[in-house]
Design a protein around this ligand. Structure first.
Ligand SMILES: [Fe+2]
Length: 264
């Protein structure tokens, strides 16, 4: 676990690993605002990160348990309001239902009582714009401070190259969301799993280019008469270990299928 600060944003950083699969988690604090609350498993570490800072509010990029895991604990402890996209409010009120591997990996997320995110809000002297960016999840949003070129991207970026996708990931929508961000002014990306990215614009463009390339390959093979399973076999002959580990929830098949469904 380690902390750093960049452009006025304090960063909490910690790795989570299970059965050899390791993922980094970043939680950000700026001007009294916490951006996502991290996985339940890290409640102690994130609680400690917050204990030395003023906490006025918690805002969420999306409902996944590694982003909302400590919202109940922190909002109770500090008596602060919590915000999320309106479509996820009902779901978040309940204790999360999730497959066993995710419960073990992240911990179980308790129910909390979020308020709907407005279109813009202020923290300190900064006006943050809430931009809908569906794709990774339907409710996904990012927070942009166009004046200083800072953007909290949640799971919009994560990494350049995409291989596996979640069962319900909407890759055509993700492409549109990346384009929406690229139409705006920003430099620094604060990613929930890759940390602070100073050349953020280039990285977002790289991700968009790579996704477009995968879409082109899938649609080309489809035009030759191949089905989703054959295309998956051709493009991704090796099955990544996360496919087994997640009981098939993360798979290259879903990457292929997301683009095939778009063409139907
Ligand atoms: Fe996520």
């Amino acid at each position: 676990m380690s902390d750093q600060s960049f452009q006025g944003v304090d960063c909490f950083r910690c790795g989570v690993s299970y059965f050899g699969v390791e993922m980094m988690v970043y939680v950000y604090w700026v001007d009294g605002m916490l951006v996502d609350s991290g996985p339940p498993r890290l409640w102690r570490e994130i609680g400690e990160f917050c204990s030395s800072r003023r906490l006025d509010s918690i805002v969420h990029t999306h409902y996944h348990e590694d982003h909302t895991g400590n919202s109940r604990y922190l909002s109770d402890r500090y008596n602060v309001p919590v915000f999320i996209a309106p479509s996820s409010i009902t779901y978040c009120r309940q204790r999360a239902r999730m497959p066993l591997y995710r419960r073990v990996y992240w911990g179980r997320r308790e129910g909390f009582a979020p308020l709907p995110l407005p279109e813009t809000f202020e923290a300190g002297k900064t006006r943050w714009e809430v931009i809908p960016t569906p794709g990774h999840s339907e409710d996904h949003v990012i927070f942009l401070d166009q004046d200083q070129g800072r953007v909290f991207t949640g799971d919009l970026y994560v990494q350049d190259r995409i291989t596996v996708s979640r069962r319900r990931e909407n890759l055509p929508a993700l492409i549109e969301s990346l384009r929406r961000l690229l139409a705006r002014d920003f430099d620094t990306v604060f990613c929930s799993h890759s940390g602070v990215i100073k050349n953020g614009r280039q990285k977002i463009q790289l991700k968009l280019d790579q996704l477009e390339e995968v879409r082109g390959q899938v649609l080309h093979l489809q035009s030759l008469g191949l089905g989703a399973k054959e295309i998956n076999q051709r493009m991704y002959p090796k099955r990544p270990s996360i496919t087994f580990f997640s009981g098939g929830e993360f798979s290259t098949y879903y990457t292929v299928r997301a683009f095939i469904e778009e063409g139907l």
